[in-house]
Design a protein around this ligand. Structure first.
Ligand code: LCS
Length: 393
């Protein structure tokens, strides 16, 4: 049966990434757990290696299970193709390694995931890469920071953990005018809630570890490219640098992907209720959630995102000490880093996910000592709220 031309999102997610098995008719994508692929002849081997003929060669270069995952996510993001990586950080580094070099400049969101920022400051800088991490919610500041040698603008929107947004369309226009490419880390949103390529971005990054896999049991990453030309620039770097995804890992993510829409919308429904609870609670001083009218970029969230997602950050009246007590006393939420799984996680950015960022830099990007980050999961909202309430007491 032909699928209708504009299937709904649940249909698209259910059917994305099905690798046809003509031999046995397997409905689930098979795991091609092999490191290498047999050539039928020496000539065929030579043709494949030269690129004259399509076909798998060696799993670091490509594998049918991994390729199925790449085409599934690329389709959902509206890309021309994708490269799967061993982790989200391997995806970030694939972009850095491909598009940065000595004498080039990168502008990034200041409240990036800690490692995405630190590796530029500590390591790429050793190879002559110049950088500025700025508040990308301010396009004028971005415009002022762009230089003739800016090769890459790297946005995280919403940013981890401040939930500040960057206007992707506006930032992309400014970056392109200055001759820079734009990469957007879309991990917090999943392709369901935001598709940066539709706003002109050149590349999208995902830590598949989060919403796309969604089961807190796999590390993985991906870069999705707007066009083939950029993809083909990154492919040799992907092959030679070795951060490929394993086929079994890809299969697990494909398995998780099947339920992505159910999980993402359920967690978002929960988060909306929890954010309202926190905002009206006298023990909480500030709540950062793009679904609240009090979010400074509420209007932008409405136009750029299909939903506010399920990440919430907040500060307690009692500061860090109160936050630590809260984290020690919850029982429905689990005290752990990471996000995007079916279960609610709570953590303290200043001492955990962003501990690598020096305190002054952290504070200037809005990551205060008292900030608590809640990654809302798929439990019943009233149970998460009751748990937070008892812990706040
Ligand atoms: N990008 C974002 C926005 C992230 O939040 C993370 C990890 C990464 C990239 C890196 O992905 P990974 O290599 O871990 O797959 N974020 C984490 C966090 O907030 N808590 O623990 C990890």
């Amino acid at each position: 049966m032909e699928m209708k031309s504009n299937p709904g999102i649940h249909t698209r997610v259910t059917h994305a990434g099905t690798c046809p098995d003509s031999e046995h008719g397997s409905v689930a994508t098979p795991i091609y757990q092999t490191s290498t692929f047999k050539f039928q002849s020496a000539e065929e081997g030579a043709r494949r290696i030269s690129g004259e003929e399509n076909g798998f060669i060696y799993s670091r270069l490509g594998n049918p299970t991994t390729a199925t995952l790449e085409s599934a996510i690329s389709e959902l993001e509206g890309g021309a193709g994708a490269l799967a990586t061993a982790s989200g950080m391997a995806a970030v580094n694939l972009i850095y390694l491909t598009f940065l070099g000595s004498g080039m400049h990168i502008v990034g969101t200041d409240a990036l995931y800690g490692s995405s920022r630190r590796i530029i400051e500590l390591d790429y800088s050793r190879f002559g890469v110049d950088y500025d991490f700025i508040d990308t919610s301010d396009p004028e500041l971005l415009e002022k920071t762009l230089k003739p040698n800016t090769a890459l603008v790297y946005l995280e929107s919403p940013a981890n953990p401040t939930l500040k947004l960057a206007d992707i369309r506006h930032c992309t226009e400014l970056a392109h005018r200055a001759g820079a490419l734009v990469a957007v880390d879309n991990t917090f949103m999943s392709p369901l809630l935001q598709r940066p390529l539709e706003f002109g971005a050149d590349m999208v990054i995902h830590s598949l570890t989060k919403y796309i896999n969604g089961h807190t049991d796999v590390i993985g990453g991906m870069v999705i490219f707007r066009d083939e030309q950029i993809l083909e620039q990154a492919r040799p770097v992907h092959v030679h640098s070795g951060g490929c995804m394993d086929p079994h890992q890809a299969w697990l993510v494909l398995r998780g992907l099947k339920t992505m829409a159910l999980r993402v919308y359920k967690a978002q429904d929960n988060a909306r209720q929890i954010a309202e609870f926190l905002e009206t609670d006298g023990r909480v001083s500030r709540v950062f959630y793009p679904g609240l009218k009090s979010h400074p970029q509420y209007e932008l969230a409405q136009s750029q995102m299909e939903g506010p997602g399920s990440m919430i950050s907040f500060e307690l009246n009692g500061g860090l000490e109160a936050g630590q007590k809260l984290m020690d006393r919850v029982s429905v939420a689990t005290l752990a880093v990471s996000l995007g799984g079916y279960e609610t996680l709570i953590q303290h950015p200043a001492s955990m996910t962003h501990a690598a960022v020096p305190r002054e830099e952290r504070l200037s990007s809005g990551i205060t000592d008292g900030l608590v980050r809640l990654a809302v999961g798929c439990e019943d909202a009233e149970d998460i709220i009751a748990d937070l309430d008892q812990a706040l007491r």
